[in-house]
Design a protein around this ligand. Structure first.
Ligand code: GAR
Length: 200
């Protein structure tokens, strides 16, 4: 069996707390079958880039026209084998998702199939959950295909909604109790399978 960890590219757009959870998991050995080899942002101001730099991880900023072609070039150059969308706020084309089929995963801040799909991202997801009045929400890590938030589910974790929750307090609890736990765990699970050469 192959010994070197799977090369992971993490795609980010914002604060990067999920990226931080992955960096921490790699440091404390919870993520051992994969190694973050590159962080790519479509936003040059993303704080996630600072987190990557602090952890000595190479970064790339790609914006504007021809985004996906430039992204593919960058990923190939880095030898990326698994792509993790961690707060990446851009929908990838069918051409891209087919090229990396079974090798892109995403963390979404709800229990899919609730509050997901086009237009459901970031705080908006929690606003809609509160508006609907659900009592339980959570997070999902899933494979990415051509349907936004439509790929096979890898892991989910439920989180209770409390009576005085605001979208912000709910977002924070979903991150702490679910996203930052299941994203590194799902990443390890997928990398382990890829290392074994098992079907994913
Ligand atoms: C996270 O809650 C993530 O699940 C969500 O945006 C936030 C990014 O935070 N992603 C989406 O809504 C994608 N559909 P982070 O930059 O601190 O990781």
């Amino acid at each position: 069996m192959r010994k070197e960890p799977i090369k992971i590219a993490v795609l980010v757009s914002g604060g990067g707390t999920n990226l931080q959870a992955l960096i921490d998991a790699e440091k404390n050995g919870k993520l051992k079958s994969g190694k973050i080899a590159l962080v790519v942002s479509n936003n040059e101001k993303a704080f996630a880039l600072e987190r990557a730099k602090a952890a000595d991880i190479p970064t790339a900023v790609i914006t504007g026209d021809g985004f996906e072609d430039a992204l593919i070039k960058t990923l190939k150059k880095a030898g990326a084998e698994l792509i993790v969308l961690a707060g990446f706020m851009k929908i990838l084309s069918e051409r891209f998702t087919a090229l990396y089929s079974g090798r892109i995963i995403n963390v979404h801040p709800s229990l899919i199939p609730s509050f997901c799909g086009k237009g459901f991202y970031g705080l908006k997801v929690h606003e809609e959950a509160l508006k609907y009045g659900v009592k339980i929400t959570g997070a999902t890590v899933h494979f990415v295909n051509e349907i936004p938030d439509g790929g096979r589910i890898i892991m989910q974790k439920a989180v209770k909604i409390l009576p005085n929750d605001t979208a912000l307090s709910l977002q924070k609890r979903v991150m702490e109790q679910a996203e930052w736990k299941i994203l590194p765990a799902a990443c390890e699970k997928v990398c382990k399978k890829l290392l074994k050469g098992a079907a994913i």
